[in-house]
Design a protein around this ligand. Structure first.
Ligand code: FAD
Length: 362
């Protein structure tokens, strides 16, 4: 471009910090989130630049095809039919979402962000993923809400630290480019994953017999997204209850998530598997029933996404196999016919996973 007489400058826009600018005292990359985020906060980030009204696009018109003629939208089946109800792609949609979140969702974020039945997360991830809003714009808006008293400090700082996890994931991908394919911790190379095509398919279709897992996987298919807490639960279920290699889950999320992002997706799957940097230990295995009862206590999230269970009382919504047959009958449920039996017993699966992990360490 310089040869053509055009000056080109590149500006950081996708992240708060370029990954090579945040380093440990020894000059290497951080592998642990808390000191990484502390270093980021100490460095401070640039606020976004104001829009420059004098900047104009090229004047030349370009002959082009009409985008609709390319037939890019899915038709048979139209798996994206449910997407427009959940977001409006583009810069305007992103700004509207950010404003709505600050007005209605940010207050209570720290304590309610783990509740998939409550609207307390920003749902900005796809907008951030496609650069429709920048991390700096989002961070500046949150800081402003905090500094003017429109949001309390705890909620704002918790939200900023989640943006910090996004920074950390991108930082990891930059320093460890094989993150989407290779275990960051070498001991996992020898892990005895199971081949379980039937289990994988039941998981993908939301037919595992565990309501919170099925609700998450069906939310993903219908809307192109899934609540963060439920992502952790379904990932733990695939990796630890079914012992399927995390890369098969990562690939499915990559195909189905609208916010699919190489850095966040791979780092998060390795975090759940225990094979990544600053990961949850492998032996921390989510119990899908207790997770459901804790984070979706009335079962509202399950009822939305698994309608065949909608009439089940809250007491049994996360454990339908324990419901008396009269209760199932009244709710119009026949296990094995209208809703599947559990494809695996969690207690057995947990012991099996711990044995496999022990063998790897041995
Ligand atoms: C197995 C698994 C896979 C995931 N795959 C992706 C992915 O492909 N793309 C993606 O953007 N996020 C991914 N995440 C992280 C997280 O689930 C989503 O960013 C979050 O659910 C998006 O919803 P939100 O915008 O309402 O989040 P909010 O809670 O409002 O968070 C604000 C922003 O912070 C960032 N963020 C929040 N949590 C995380 C996190 N744990 N890691 C990295 N960034 C985070 C996102 O950019 C998000 O938009 C994954 C998490 C898990 C457990």
């Amino acid at each position: 471009m310089t040869q053509a007489g055009v000056a080109v400058t590149s500006h950081a826009g996708n992240l708060l910090f370029e990954p090579w600018t945040i380093r440990t005292g020894a000059g290497g990359p951080f592998r642990v989130f808390t000191p990484f985020w502390k270093a980021c906060l100490a460095a401070g980030w640039q606020p976004p630049l104001r829009e420059n009204p004098e900047l104009r696009g090229g004047e030349t018109s370009v002959t082009s095809d009409a985008l609709g003629d390319w037939g890019l939208l899915p038709r048979s089946p139209d798996w994206a039919a449910g997407f427009p109800a959940h977001w409006t792609p583009g810069e305007q949609g992103a700004r509207a979402r950010l404003e709505e979140f600050i007005t209605d969702g940010l207050s209570g974020y720290a304590s309610l962000r783990d509740r998939p039945d409550r609207p307390h997360t920003s749902r900005l991830s796809a907008h951030l993923r496609f650069g429709e809003v920048s991390a700096r714009t989002v961070a500046a808006a949150i800081c402003q809400a905090r500094d003017t008293g429109a949001a309390n400090e705890r909620d704002a700082d918790k939200f900023l630290s989640e943006l910090g996890w996004r920074e950390f994931s991108h930082h990891l991908l930059y320093h460890f480019p094989t993150l989407p394919h290779d275990n960051l911790q070498p001991k996992f190379v020898a892990f005895a994953w199971r081949e379980d095509p039937k289990g994988l398919e039941a998981w993908q279709k939301g037919l595992t017999g565990y309501p919170i897992v099925d609700a998450g996987m069906r939310e993903l298919w219908r809307t192109g997204t899934m609540h963060n807490r439920v992502r952790m639960v379904v990932a733990s279920f695939l990796i630890k209850d079914l012992l399927v290699d995390w890369r098969q889950g990562e690939a499915w999320f990559w195909d189905t998530l609208v916010d699919a992002d190489h850095a966040n997706n791979a780092a998060s799957w390795q975090w759940v598997a225990g094979s990544g940097a600053d990961a949850a230990p492998f032996f921390r295995i989510f119990n899908p029933v207790l997770q459901g009862e804790k984070h979706d206590p009335d079962g509202a999230y399950v009822r939305t996404h698994v309608p065949e269970l909608a009439r089940l009382p809250a007491k049994y919504i996360h454990r339908p196999w324990e419901a008396p047959s009269s209760t199932l009958f009244e709710a119009g449920i026949e296990l094995g016919a209208t809703y599947p039996h559990r494809i695996v017993d969690h207690a057995m699966a947990r012991d099996r996973a711990l044995e496999a992990f022990k063998a790897t360490r041995g």
